[in-house]
Design a protein around this ligand. Structure first.
Ligand code: G6P
Length: 614
C-alpha cells in the first residue's frame, strides 16, 4: 500500500525514481509524484493523479539533472485520488518534501495549531502536516534527522516516512514507525537507494538493509547512519540478496497475472525440491527451530492470513487436521487480533502472507508473540517483516508476484502447509507411513498435473466467453475445495468486478439458492473425494432452478456430463492435492472473463497488492 522510492548518488535521479515507481506501482496506483533537488529552485516537485504514466507525461522534458530525490505511488487513505493529494507533500515555504506510507492517526490535532494561525493545507491528506512540522523543527535549529525524530515523537500511528530538505541536497532521512510498510535500503559504493520493497532495488544492487520498526536512517550517497527513535546510534549489517529481478518482467504474456499463473508448474517444482524426499518418503523441514518435545506438546494450530492467503490457510487447516491430527482453526488476521483470542505456548500459529507486510497480519502475529505462541510463517518476499517476527519461515520460492491478484503464491503457500502438516504428523508420530508415502509421492506429480491443468486454457477461455456478461456468480465447493471456491469468487471479483460469492455447497440451500435463475451461473467444484455425491446433489438442485452450472471434475468423472452445462475435467492427481489443480482453473476462468470484459487485470481498481493500513 503506497510505494516509496528514493535515490542519492552520482547519476540522474529522475529516471531511477520513475523506474522504481513503476516497479512499486502494484502497491498503489491512484496517483504518483517525485521531488528532486534542483540547483535553481531548491526542490523540483511534480505530481499527477492516475498511474505513473500520467506523471511521466506531465514530466515530459522538464526533469532537472538532479542526482538525488524521492518518489511515491499512492493508494488513497485520506482524501481522493487527486493531484493535490498526491505525494510528495511540501511545507508552505517549499523547504521540506515528505513521502509517507501508513496512517498518521492524530493528523487532525497536529494540524489544529496551524489552522488556528490561519495556515491552510493544500491537500486532504494526513501526510502534509508532517512536512510543516519538520520545517518548523528545522527552523528551531534541529538538523534533518533530529527534526524527523522529533516529528515522529508527536505523531501517532504506524507508518514509514522519507524526508528531504532543499537546504541539504543529497541527504535523505527515512524512518519506519510500527509495522505499516517496510523500508529497505540499497547500497552501492557511491550511491544509495530507498524503497518500500526489494523488487524496486534489485535491478541496482543486491546489497540491502531492512529498517526495523523504530529505526531511522540518515542517508547520503557515501554513507548511511542509523539510529533509534531517540537518536541512539545503531549498527546494521548489509545483507546480500539472491532474489531474481529478471522474473519481474512480463515476457511473452499479455499480463503479469497470466504469466504468474503459467509459472506455477516450475514454481511448484521449486517448492517441493529438497523438501519432499522419496527415499524413504518424508518431508524434510530440518531447519525448523522447534524441538520434538515442543512439537509433541502442541495442542492446537491456528492459521491466519488475509485475502487469498487466508484461503490458503483454510485449505491448510484440512491438511493439519488430517495428517498431523492436531485441532486446527483458521482466522482472518484482522478478526483474530481484536477478539482477544485464547492462546498459549502450546498453540502453534501459522501465518500466511505473500508480501510479509500485511499490517493486520503483523498485528495478529504480535498478539501471538505476546502470548508466547511458537510461530511459523509462510512468505514469498525474502526478509519481509513477518519472517522477522516468526520463529521459523517457509519461503514460497515463487519469485516476485507483480499482478495485484495473487495466483502462484497461493499455490506455493498451500504446498508449504501441506509439507508442515506431514512434518508435524511425523514428528508427533500421528502420521501413518502409508499415508505419508501416498502424499509425498502425490506431491512429486503435482508440477506435471499443474502443467496439464494449464492445457485446459483454450476450454476455459471458451467457457469464459460464454459467461463473461453475467453480473453475478456463485462458486461452490465442499471440504478442501470450499476455500478454492472462495478463491474462485475472490479472483473473479478482483479482476473482473463481477459480483461473486463463494460458499460451502451445503450452505447453498440456506440462502444463496434464492438468487439462482437462468442468469446466475454457478461454478461447482465436484472433485472426486468422499463428498462427490453430495456435490452432485447440489448441482441437480441448481439445475432444477435453471441455473447454468460449470462443473469442475476429476479426471474420468463422467457423472456430470449432461447434467452440468459445462464440464471442465482436471488432470489426474491424488484427492488431497486436487484443490491445487482446481485452483488453476479458478485463476484462468477469472483471468479470461476479465479479459473479455476489458478490465485492468494487473492493477484492478481500488486494490493494492500490499496492504499496510488497517
Ligand atoms: C491484498 C492483495 C491480495 C492478498 C492480500 C493479503 O488484498 O490484493 O491479493 O491476498 O492483500 O496479502 P499478503 O501479502 O498478506 O498475502
Amino acid at each position: 500500500m503506497c510505494g516509496i522510492i528514493g535515490y542519492t548518488g552520482q547519476r540522474p535521479a529522475g529516471p531511477i525514481l520513475i523506474e522504481g515507481l513503476r516497479r512499486l506501482e502494484y502497491r498503489g496506483y491512484d496517483s504518483a509524484g517525485i521531488a528532486l533537488f534542483d540547483d535553481r529552485d531548491g526542490l523540483f516537485v511534480q505530481r499527477a493523479a492516475g498511474k505513473v504514466d500520467q506523471l511521466v507525461s506531465r514530466l515530459e522534458g522538464t526533469l532537472p539533472p538532479a542526482s538525488a530525490g524521492i518518489g511515491h505511488t499512492r493508494w488513497a487513505t485520506h482524501g481522493g485520488a487527486t493531484d493535490a493529494n498526491a505525494h510528495p507533500h511540501l511545507d508552505p515555504s517549499g523547504r521540506v518534501a515528505v513521502v509517507h506510507n501508513g496512517i498518521i492517526e492524530n493528523f487532525e490535532s497536529l494540524q489544529r495549531p496551524y489552522r488556528q494561525r490561519g495556515i491552510r493545507f493544500m491537500s486532504e491528506t494526513d501526510t502534509e502536516v508532517l512536512a510543516y512540522l519538520v520545517a518548523d523543527e528545522l527552523a528551531r535549529g534541529l538538523d534533518l534527522a533530529e527534526a524527523v525524530r522529533a516529528v515522529i515523537g508527536m505523531s501517532e500511528g504506524a507508518y514509514s516516512l522519507v524526508v528531504i530538505t532543499k537546504d541539504e541536497p543529497g541527504r535523505i532521512v527515512a524512518a519506519r514507525v510500527g509495522n505499516a510498510g517496510g523500508i529497505v535500503l540499497g547500497h552501492n559504493e557511491d550511491e544509495k537507494f530507498i524503497a518500500s520493497d526489494l523488487a524496486a532495488l534489485l535491478p541496482h544492487t543486491r546489497n540491502v538493509t531492512f529498517l526495523e520498526p523504530g529505526e531511522v536512517a540518515d542517508i547520503t550517497a557515501e554513507a548511511v547512519r542509523y539510529t533509534d527513535l531517540e537518536g541512539m546510534p545503531l549498527m546494521k549489517a548489509i545483507e546480500v540478496q539472491s532474489y531474481d529481478p529478471v522474473a519481474a518482467v512480463k515476457g511473452r504474456f499479455k499480463h503479469f497475472m497470466l504469466k504468474e499463473i503459467h509459472e506455477q508448474p516450475v514454481g511448484t517444482l521449486d517448492m517441493i525440491r529438497g523438501r519432499y524426499r522419496l527415499d524413504p518418503p518424508s518431508v524434510d523441514l530440518d531447519d525448523m527451530p522447534f524441538s520434538a518435545e515442543q512439537v509433541r506438546a502442541f495442542t492446537r494450530v491456528v492459521l491466519i492470513g488475509m485475502g487469498t492467503s487466508m484461503h490458503s490457510a483454510m485449505v491448510g487447516r484440512h491438511y493439519i487436521e488430517r495428517f498431523a491430527r492436531i485441532p486446527a482453526e483458521v482466522d482472518n488476521a484482522a478478526e483474530f487480533t481484536y477478539r482477544r483470542p485464547v492462546l498459549d505456548e502450546h498453540t502453534l500459529v501459522i501465518s500466511v502472507s505473500q508480501s510479509g507486510e500485511t499490517v493486520d497480519l503483523l498485528a495478529a502475529m504480535e498478539e501471538a508473540r505476546a502470548a508466547g505462541c511458537p510461530q511459523l510463517t509462510v512468505c514469498n518476499v525474502p526478509g519481509a517483516q513477518t519472517t522477522r517476527v516468526a520463529d521459523a519461515t517457509i519461503y514460497m520460492r515463487m519469485g516476485p508476484e507483480i499482478a495485484v491478484a495473487s495466483t502462484k503464491t497461493m499455490m506455493a503457500s498451500i504446498i508449504a502447509i501441506h509439507a508442515v502438516a506431514l512434518w508435524l504428523g511425523r514428528m508427533r508420530g500421528t502420521l501413518d507411513s502409508s499415508l505419508e508415502r501416498e502424499q509425498v509421492e502425490a506431491a512429486q506429480h503435482l508440477p506435471a498435473a499443474i502443467g496439464e491443468a494449464l492445457l485446459l486454457e483454450p476450454q476455459i477461455a471458451q467457457v469464459a466467453r460464454k459467461y463473461a456478461q453475467a453480473e453475478h456468480f456463485l462458486f461452490l465447493g465442499r471440504g478442501w475445495a470450499y476455500p478454492i471456491a472462495m478463491e474462485g469468487a475472490l479472483k473473479l471479483k478482483e479482476v473482473s468486478y463481477i459480483h461473486a460469492e463463494g460458499y460451502p455447497a451445503g450452505e447453498m440451500k440456506h440462502g444463496p439458492i434464492a438468487l439462482i435463475d437462468e442468469h446466475m451461473p454457478t461454478v461447482a467444484l465436484a472433485l472426486r473425494d468422499e463428498l462427490h455425491d453430495k456435490m452432485r446433489s447440489n448441482i441437480e438442485q441448481l439445475k432444477a432452478r435453471r441455473g447454468p452450472v460449470v462443473a469442475v471434475v476429476s479426471q474420468g468423472d463422467e457423472t456430470l456430463n449432461g447434467v452440468a452445462d459445462d464440464v471442465i475435467e482436471l488432470p489426474e492427481i491424488e484427492a488431497a492435492l486436487s484443490p491445487l489443480v482446481a485452483l488453476v482453473v479458478m485463476q484462468l476462468l477469472a483471468y479470461y472473463i476479465a479479459l473479455e470484459r476489458g478490465a485492468d487485470i494487473d492493477q484492478p481498481r481500488n486494490l493494492a497488492k500490499t496492504v499496510t493500513v488497517e
